[in-house]
Every structure is written in structure tokens, then in C-alpha cells.
Design a binder for this molecule. Structure first.
Ligand code: DHB
Ligand code: MG
Length: 243
């Protein structure tokens, strides 16, 4: 079996999940049928070689996102947290007409992502905007209001977890009806409901809880959390759909 990609960080890996990902990927993520396979592998390796943290999507999660884009028929995707561009490449790989606007706060990450996006031949489809989401999203809202940027029809929030709910709210002003909004890393090995984590004010956990509770109160969307296991951690995402 191939060496799991995430084994050297502190991931909680059940060997069964790792083996299931390896087996199912060998049939369903066939490199010869994905013209972006080499570009994705390069993006992953190049990000690590440039010192980026190993916290991006796994191949299976990337493919899952790309299938969600296909189901939604999305053409204008907003991503928060570009990191090395790996998930943006998956999102844009769904078709030449698909545009991704991705926000990244770290200039080094942005540079590496742009290298990877160019190597994938996707620089016409993916734009990386530099800056904190809380500054970039209001500027993007102005562009949408002025008609210079199309409304978004798919959102992937995968940045600093404290601002999950803020990003969700800002994105809500720029989306079409029926837009899926995915928010990554909500479950966090179950720490979402861990009394110690909550009491000690663990900010990623508080950010995830604020998001679950805020989305739950928002009548403009329907939301759900799906727990996931994989070659990565036991984690899970929140999916909200705009009514
Ligand atoms: C972390 C962040 C992520 O977006 C992720 O998918 C996994 C881990 C982190 O900050 O550790
Ligand atoms: Mg994530």
C-alpha cells in the first residue's frame, strides 16, 4: 500500500480509513483519466518543497469537491484559503468555463499557488487575491455590486477558522440562489463538542461552533454537518445551501 500522504503530522488515522481511500482511489482516481493528475501531484509536492504546511485537501476530498461543482453546474467559484492551490486546481479542473477566485493572506503561499496554477495551465481560470478575507471580501462585494464580478455559485471556505462565520456572512451577499457553501474542518477529531477545548477557548473549535450555531440561525440557508474519515483526520464539513 502506498505511504499515506499525511502520516507524519498528528493525524488520527484509522488504518481502515487509509486502506479504503487507497483501494477506492486506485479505481476511481485513475491518473490516466484525469488530465490534471500530474499538475495536482506537482502542486502538492511543490507546496511541501516550499515549506507550506501539509493541511490541504486529500486527493479524495479534492475529487469530491470537483464532483460537487459538477452537480451544482457552478461556473463562478469563491474559495477562502488558497494555500498551494491544490483545491483550486481541483475546482477549476471541472471545465474550461469555470472561474475560481481564491483569497490568500500569505504572500509566499500565493506565489507558490500561482506557480502551481500556471504549471497546471489554469492561470486564465484561477485568480488569487492577496489579503485577509475580512478585507478582500468587502472589496469583492463592491465588484459584484458594480457588475464587474459575476455572482458566485459555489463557495469553499477553508481559511482561518476563527472567521468561518464572518466569511460565510460576507459570501452570502455575493451568491446566487441554490449556491452550495462548504466550510472545511468543522468536526476536528470531535473537538467540536469537547468540553475542555471549549472551556480553554481553543479558537479553531470556537470558530467552528460559532459557524454551526450562526448558520443554524440563518433562515436564508439550509445547513448540515457531515463527519468524514479518510487518509487524513476524522473531521467533517458544514454544507449550507442558499434557498
Ligand atoms: C488545518 C487546516 C485545514 O484547513 C485543514 O484542512 C486541516 C488542518 C490546520 O490548521 O491544522
Ligand atoms: Mg481545510
Amino acid at each position: 500500500m502506498a505511504k499515506p500522504m499525511f502520516v507524519d503530522r498528528q493525524y488520527e488515522q484509522d488504518p481502515r480509513s487509509v486502506a479504503v481511500d487507497a483501494y477506492t482511489s486506485s479505481h476511481l482516481l485513475n491518473p490516466t483519466r484525469n488530465k490534471f493528475h500530474n499538475a495536482l501531484k506537482h502542486a502538492y509536492d511543490n507546496a511541501l518543497a516550499n515549506g507550506l504546511p501539509d493541511i490541504g485537501c486529500s486527493p479524495t476530498q479534492g475529487k469530491f469537491l470537483s464532483i460537487q461543482v459538477l452537480i451544482a453546474g457552478a461556473k463562478n467559484i469563491l474559495e477562502l484559503g488558497t494555500l498551494g492551490g491544490y483545491s483550486a486546481i481541483w475546482l477549476a479542473s471541472t471545465g474550461p468555463e469555470v472561474k475560481v477566485t481564491s483569497v490568500e493572506v500569505n504572500p509566499h503561499h500565493k506565489r507558490v499557488a500561482e506557480e502551481n496554477i500556471t504549471a497546471a495551465g489554469l492561470s486564465d481560470q484561477i485568480t488569487v487575491l492577496l489579503g485577509p478575507g475580512l478585507e478582500v471580501l468587502p472589496r469583492l462585494q463592491e465588484e459584484v455590486q458594480a457588475g464587474r464580478q459575476a455572482k458566485f455559485d459555489f463557495v469553499f471556505i477553508d481559511a482561518d477558522k476563527e472567521n468561518n462565520l464572518n466569511y460565510f456572512k460576507l459570501a452570502m451577499d455575493m451568491v446566487k440562489p441554490r449556491t452550495p457553501i462548504y466550510i472545511d474542518n468543522i468536526v476536528r477529531k470531535g473537538r467540536l463538542v469537547d468540553e475542555e477545548a471549549i472551556k480553554s477557548g481553543e479558537k479553531n473549535v470556537l470558530g467552528a461552533r460559532q459557524c454551526v450555531e450562526g448558520v443554524g440561525k440563518d433562515n436564508r440557508v439550509e445547513g448540515v454537518v457531515i463527519q468524514t474519515v479518510s487518509e487524513k483526520n476524522y473531521d467533517g464539513f458544514l454544507l449550507a445551501v442558499v434557498k
